[in-house]
Design a protein around this ligand. Sequence first.
Ligand code: SF4
Length: 398
Amino acid sequence: MRKLGIYVQVPFCQTKCTYCNFHTGVVAKERFAPFVEAVCREIRGHRRLLRAAGVIGAAAGEGEDDSQEWRSYLVDTVYFGGGTPSLVEPQQLQKILDAIRGTFRTEFGEVTLEADPETVEAAKAEAWVRAGINRVSFGVQSFSDKELAAAGRMHRRADVYRAVPILREVGIRNISFDLIAGLPHQTKASWKQSVDELVALAPEHVSVYLLEVDEGSRLGKELLAGGMRYSAGAVPSDDAMAEFYETAQEKLGAAGYHHYEISNWAKPGFESKHNLKYWKREAYLGFGAGAHSFSGRQRWANAHDAAAYVTAIEGGRLPVEQLETVTAEQALEEELFLGLRQLSGIDVGRIEREYGVALEGRFKSLAAAGLVERDGDVVRLAEEKLSVSNEVFVELMR
Ligand code: SF4
């Protein structure tokens, strides 16, 4: 039976991090309940809403109906992302999970909640487990208070040490930590310290991202203006970030983590089942303001503005902001880009057969430059070139 992932976007944060310009709002708690109600309505009414918005009718051929297809799917992964979904009450998360259970065929294997360490409390964590959440993804980002403060994060190093035992105590056996390489004030020594402390806490899964400063964020604007606010003068160079990434690669490998995607490592068996669906181009449905969906043929995204989203759902409309049918050319690019992000690589023979293309020429020069490795039909990024993977992708898409 085909599997379906469900993503729920909760677009609320406690404060705005300096480097971020996501469509997330710092709002009063009273705004959470109407939002959750709208998400539940969107889930329960998704077939009607998608048909009315032209998604289902346009995706299928004459007389076909994608919703029939989705009925045969089994939802095995749910991911609450944001924003900071751990801010909403556990009972509200439970309501959303119940709406999913009542609408789809479900057999939940992995239900992830993104959480900020300072939001974790024992009673809350117990309620998360009762609701069915079995994986928590922490935005740790750094173990240096100086770096956390400069980035505008709410939590401090001590919050991570307080939160992890609480989660273990209530039975969460799958914890993921995010670290960001390139935060203002980060040095070689502070980065090593962060990776060492992470390894000592032994989360089952780790994501390491290179700092991406959004041009519209406070830090982004300051960098563009050449100013010094928000520690703009203390952002590490691209070379330093690449070195930090390589340090993480070494240390995580030595600690028994399996590197399975450019930014992701896992203890054996703890690879993110939900995120693998994105990289393998499998179907997922997104609910909530700003959530993205993919049916295999089409991609669409809900409106980002939470208030506009709630108004649309209350008015019986699906606020689809973007809708596109993926062309064969786009699908091929996604296969290459998403496939090469996975360290298992891509099966060039399969892709050539499926898309009727010859890829030999594209990979020849990359292999000659030592950027990719070839093993029969399988092509993968060379491990020592992962920190410069963007250069490979630019070459490949030429
Ligand atoms: S980085 Fe995450 S927690 Fe910080 S403002 Fe952006 S969405 Fe919110």
